[in-house]
Design a binder for this molecule. Structure first.
Ligand SMILES: Nc1nc2c(c(=O)[nH]1)N[C@H]1C(S)=C(S)[C@@H](COP(=O)(O)OP(=O)(O)OC[C@H]3O[C@@H](n4cnc5c(=O)[nH]c(N)nc54)[C@H](O)[C@@H]3O)O[C@H]1N2
Ligand SMILES: Nc1nc2c(c(=O)[nH]1)N[C@H]1C(S)=C(S)[C@@H](COP(=O)(O)OP(=O)(O)OC[C@H]3O[C@@H](n4cnc5c(=O)[nH]c(N)nc54)[C@H](O)[C@@H]3O)O[C@H]1N2
Ligand code: SF4
Ligand SMILES: [Mo]
Length: 663
């Protein structure tokens, strides 16, 4: 029997591989044997005809791909990189890569090529949470664990649909409910998660800052502030209190769309709950004010001292399996490595560690900026930007201008592949090994369960080949992921609070390592003066507004059995098709007024583009709002490319659209 870990979502469930079957690992602390449909079918998806199995090349994106060799493909990439200015090379990575892949790509990009253009699709996902945690707590650090829900009295889920997106965690919530946990869901839709809630607050899209500010206001007004905690652990309290004296309470409540009664019922539960966890995901992060939404939420925990205390805290639910590991390595263009920034001291430490000189102190391009930066070479690995970036028509035009687009993928049918010149075949889950960190700092190991397909390579090996081609053989001479992990572990010693060097690679698949527990025990924030920061934020109403021409607000999100673009889950031979792939939820009153019936073919249009879908007439979504699942690969023809000014995360969730019945 081999133990491994699921490579889909941020929960990170332990799996056991027994006689060609995958089961949940009963002894594994994260999931105790539970697993969802995606986890158990990991192996099915590597046996599909849509795998990319050979390197492919073509001169222009209008010609056909031809099979190439590794040697020739790498040579082409290397010579183009050599001819290019280093700030015209971009590495577009993914929160689904393993830590070792990230480490090699980051070391090559920032350390040896001297370009900080190393970023990841986490930019479209968690970057608002990263920035907010850093601003308020001093570091990108999740201050509690999933199991804390067993000690909490109240769990607030804001813009998070755990029933579909963090399935095994959702199971744990249901179990904790039986022990008395109360659940509040804040979501414009009555989701499957809302069904288990004691209170569902169907807020208007984009109004979360108002709601969290209303909570903070009441905490202050009703003297529920933990003054002792504030005095010794929190900055900016007086400033915040002064600001809150003048907030327009009635207007704020009106913007949330909630009635006074709804808010008061929630407030009663809130103020009578000794231990509170607030968890959030894309409903807050993917916003033009994503960072502010996070800060408004974190404020409520700092004011009440409900943090660094069992059963309490602001819990960012990371989506991808190793977005956390990637962030720990430093795979964002706005950081250097191991949570260090681009200050002189950090650069010096990292230069010494890697034995290089001249690391740039300028933050690199974010994933959301790369296509607009006239790059000469773009290397995309384990992600599909043309599928996932907003305003797709514009992105398609931009990527066409890049002279060399390299795509490293385990499957051949991504949307980005339509714009690639070179495709390199990666070994997927099960054909390789390496480590990942789940959403609550648990470091685990994926195990190799079957032989690597003949011409495929692990992602780190591919980056290493490029590095070697560029002449950096001595520093990129790893023969096994364990060696990379151990070099990375050494590097974590450069950062005083990272204790990842204490983990033991060989044991990780059965005994995961939880890093940062000392920070929690010591209750020490990671800011300069060891105190957390409060920030006053206001809803600036920056999202696109519904208008007479485009009267609906579009929400997009997950369904339980599909994984994003579906290269691994939308397969003819699997059972992973319980829900339709292409539907559009619309409120029954809205549908009536447009004479749209269930199942009707519709065209959804925004100022930027359009797509075809099928109406699902429901009562579970707010009037004026529609929902399209991310399994509709065309969703981003509609979405707006405006970004949070600090995190550069897109405002995916709030684009104005109209609907026409297709005749
Ligand atoms: N409108 C809208 N847009 C969104 C979102 C939204 O909610 N709404 N969500 C955003 C978020 S949060 C995210 S995380 C992104 C996700 O968007 P993407 O990351 O683009 O989506 P995936 O389909 O997960 O892409 C993963 C790719 O990796 C490939 N792959 C699988 N295994 C391997 C492997 O082992 N190695 C390599 N090299 N490749 C492999 C898959 O075939 C696939 O093409 O989308 C973002 N875009
Ligand atoms: N099955 C499955 N699971 C996944 C994934 C997958 O592709 N498939 N992807 C993984 C990834 S990368 C991610 S990032 C996570 C995402 O995990 P979630 O964020 O939980 O998933 P979404 O479906 O995007 O849910 C966002 C919710 O926010 C709500 N929402 C939209 N606008 C607002 C708003 O203004 N305010 C509030 N309060 N709510 C709002 C939406 O209605 C939706 O229910 O899922 C992970 N898990
Ligand atoms: S909940 Fe997430 S980690 Fe667990 S089996 Fe499902 S997809 Fe995998
Ligand atoms: Mo994500």
């Amino acid at each position: 029997m081999i133990k491994s870990v699921c490579g889909y979502c941020g929960v990170g469930c332990g799996l056991e591989f027994d006689e060609s079957k995958l089961l949940g690992d009963v002894a594994y602390p994260v999931n105790e044997g539970k697993v969802c449909s995606k986890g158990v079918s990991e192996l099915v998806s590597i046996q599909t005809p849509t795998r990319l199995l050979r390197p492919m090349m073509r001169d222009t994106i209008d010609s056909e791909f031809k099979i190439s060799s590794w040697e020739k493909s790498i040579q082409n990439i290397v010579s183009k990189i050599k001819q290019s200015k280093k700030d015209k090379v971009g590495f577009y990575l993914s929160g689904q890569l393993l830590t070792e892949d990230y480490y090699i790509a980051n070391k090559l990009g920032k350390g040896f090529l001297k370009t900080n253009n190393v970023d990841t699709n986490s930019r479209t996902c968690m970057s608002s949470a990263v920035v907010a945690y850093k601003k308020s707590l001093g570091a990108d650090f999740v201050p509690l664990r999933m199991k804390d829900i067993n000690k909490a009295n109240l769990l607030i889920l804001a813009g998070a649909n755990t029933a579909e997106a963090h399935v095994v965690f959702h199971n744990k919530i249901k179990k904790a409910k039986k022990q008395g946990l109360q659940v509040v869901v804040i979501d414009p839709r009555y989701t499957d998660t809302a069904k288990i809630a004691d209170i569902h607050l169907a807020v208007k899209p984009g109004s979360d800052i108002d709601l969290f500010n209303l909570i903070s206001k009441r905490i202050i007004d009703e003297c529920l502030v933990d003054e002792e905690f504030i005095n010794s652990h929190v900055n900016n309290y007086d400033l915040l209190v002064n600001k809150f004296k003048r907030v327009p309470v009635t207007k704020m409540l009106k913007r949330t769309g909630l009635t006074k009664e709804e808010f008061e019922k929630f407030w009663l539960l809130y103020k009578n709950s000794p231990n509170i966890i607030t968890a959030w995901t894309m409903g807050l992060n993917q916003s033009v004010q994503g960072v502010d939404k996070n800060l408004a939420l974190i404020n409520t925990h700092l004011l009440t001292g409900k943090i660094f205390k069992e059963g309490n805290g602001p819990l960012s639910l990371t989506g991808q399996p190793n977005a956390m590991g990637g962030r720990e390595v430093g795979g964002l263009s706005t950081m250097l490595a191991v949570h260090l920034g681009f200050d002189e001291e950090s650069i010096k430490k990292v230069e010494e560690f890697w034995g290089v000189k001249g690391i740039s102190n300028k933050p690199g391009l974010t994933a959301t900026q790369m296509l607009e930066a006239n790059l000469e070479v773009l290397i995309v690995c384990h992600t599909d930007p043309i599928y996932h970036l907003p305003n797709r028509n514009k992105m398609e035009e931009l990527i066409k201008e890049i002279p060399l687009v390299i795509e490293i993928n385990a499957y051949e049918n991504s949307e980005t592949s339509k714009f690639a010149h070179i495709k390199l075949p990666a070994a997927p889950w099960g054909e390789k090994e390496g480590t990942q960190t789940n959403l609550d700092r648990t470091i685990t190991k994926q195990e190799k369960l079957t032989r690597t397909s003949i011409d495929c390579k692990a992602d780190w090996e591919i980056f290493q080949l490029i590095a070697q081609g560029l002449g950096f053989k001595k520093d990129f001479n790893f023969s096994h992921p364990k060696e990379i992990f151990e070099e990375y572990q050494e590097m974590t010693k450069l950062n005083s609070y990272m204790d990842i060097y204490e983990a033991n690679y060989d044991e990780l698949n059965s005994e995961p390592f939880i890093w940062g527990e000392k920070i929690v025990e010591n209750k020490e924030f990671l800011t300069k003066n060891k105190k957390a920061n409060l920030f006053f934020v206001e809803n600036k109403l920056l999202s696109e507004k519904a208008s007479l021409e485009y009267p609906f607000i579009l929400l997009t999100g997950r369904t339980r059995d599909q994984w994003h673009s579906g290269t691994k889950t939308n397969l003819p031979r699997t059972l992973l098709k319980f829900k339709e792939l292409n539907f559009c939820e619309i409120n029954s009153e809205d549908a009536n007024s447009l004479d749209i019936k269930n199942g009707d073919e519709i065209i959804v249009k925004s100022k930027r583009g359009e797509l075809i879908s099928y109406a699902q007439v429901v009562e579970t979504i707010k009037k004026g709002t529609i929902f399209i699942p991310v399994s509709n690969r065309d969703m981003n023809y509609l979405t707006n490319d405006i970004y949070d000014k600090e995190s550069l995360e897109p405002d995916y969730n709030h684009s104005a659209v109209k609907i026409e019945k297709r005749i």
